[in-house]
Write a new protein. Sequence first.
Length: 612
Amino acid sequence: MRSHYCGLVTEAQMGETVSLCGWVNRRRDHGGVIFVDLRDREGYVQVVCDPDRAAMFAVAENVRNEFCVQVKGLVRERPAGTVNDNLKSGKIEVLCHDLVVLNPSVTPPFQLDDDNLSETTRLTHRVLDLRRPYMQNNLMLRYRVSMEVRKFLDANGFVDIETPMLTKSTPEGARDYLVPSRVHDGHFFALPQSPQLFKQLLMVAGYDRYYQITKCFRDEDLRADRQPEFTQIDIETSFLGEEEIRDMFQGMITTVFKNTIGVDLGEFPVMTYQEAMHLYGSDKPDLRVNLKFAEVTDVMADVDFKVFSGAATMKGGRVVALRVPGGSVEGGGISRGEIDAYTEFVKIYGAKGLAYIRVNDAAKGPCPDDKGKSTWPGLQSPIVKNIHDKALQTVLERSGAQNGDLIFFGADKAKIVNDAIGALRIKIGHSEFGKKNGLFTGGWRPMWVVDFPMFEYDDEAERYTATHHPFTAPKDGHEDWMVSAPEKCISKGYDMVLNGWEMGGGSVRIHRADVQQKVFDALKITPEEAQLKFGFLLDALQYGAPPHGGLAFGLDRIVTLMTGAESIRDVIAFPKTQRAQCLLTQAPSAVDEKQLRELHIRLRTPDLTKAV
């Protein structure tokens, strides 16, 4: 039925008769001559329908947008002045000899070239949304990325091995999606949050280098970069150390970006977790934003401003300064209204407010006022009078503040400060002010974050939890701290970050049963509990398990970054909403009583009075 794709017909086919199939993107009647823009996944071609062929022309008069048609015709040069340089087929047109409607279409609910569609409309009519060039380009890029990954891994000796989708529920940080068993009454499978345990078992089994591009499932609160089901490039290898693993997969990502979108990612600086949190308040810093924290906790313990002194003296408290160059410049800086908006913004992350100082003239101060009290006339802020000279001088020195700068402060528990001021740093850097004043450089800024802490303390549970997962290996020599001083333990974990997004992460794994037991002891996982949840892995480690490690990349995130899309939903064919619903199929949905009886399940009616 088809000799060429519409978007691939060029002047190379000049004078040939071609057969094309596709959808009518637009029909234009120009005074007796009908033009049809015909579209398929490769692009557009202009078809000219001349009234000299009466039967064909009668069909052309009745086609409408989204009709599926077949066109046979002669490729010829476009008239002078009508060339479209934005299309591969822009120098030619097809003079239609025969036009067949393969299937008509009802009037679409929206025009495919409408750029102002709501996401609800797009996801409800996803099949039509997927016809749009924007979505087709995204999904074709996703395909090319997958192929480049497979080519790289194949060239480096990796074997694609599938792992189960119905498996055992194990604690991996998020809630499992559970699948009831019809055969085993009262028992459940879990959909895998990742193939973590199985890929380790494959290393014990001697397969040496494994990969899989696979679905993973997590029942967690959703954001722009999360879905209940997502695609992971899962990789594991034996007999490679931490740096060797990073080097190999840095090469993979560099190759993929180069071969798919022509981007050279350049150098990948390596930053420790501690340094990233100290400077940016985030373990996935966006290095395109040219703003850093200045640590001032140590000099705020004895100031009169209780917000600062309280945070500086509390257990786990932190006080930081964020210098915004040019933020206080008259007429071109950050206005009081914008400061008020930023104050409301940081409250989203638990901050109680947002203190600031405008640096009008750093040279003016300190000097005594008429009562002999020290003042800083060059600094403008309600808090200046409650901060002593040494602290103010330290703030200026450590932040590097100059005349015309604005300094924001975060003071609270370290997590709140990191989250709130870290988010503020990004918001200011990406703002029009930030871009205009050189606080945002753009481009591609990859990096590695390494040396993550092994454990995090959960105040509510009053116990340590694994920062990554309980199978991450500690740095050599840190094994003996796991019980005596878990907070000192550093892991052989690593994350690849690009433009503030975690693209992938992994670690060297524990391959010795005695070290694994020490981790369980630190996490207060009893031998009985460990055997119940991970017994199959612990048993396997006894049979000469090799040193091994790996990582997993988020395919959805990689393609989202490449396309510049705002959400990973724009690079997934049939995604869920932020409420984990599929608007196309109306899933999740109720099932009939017969199915529930077969699964031995009875639904409980929620007590709405308690909910109120």
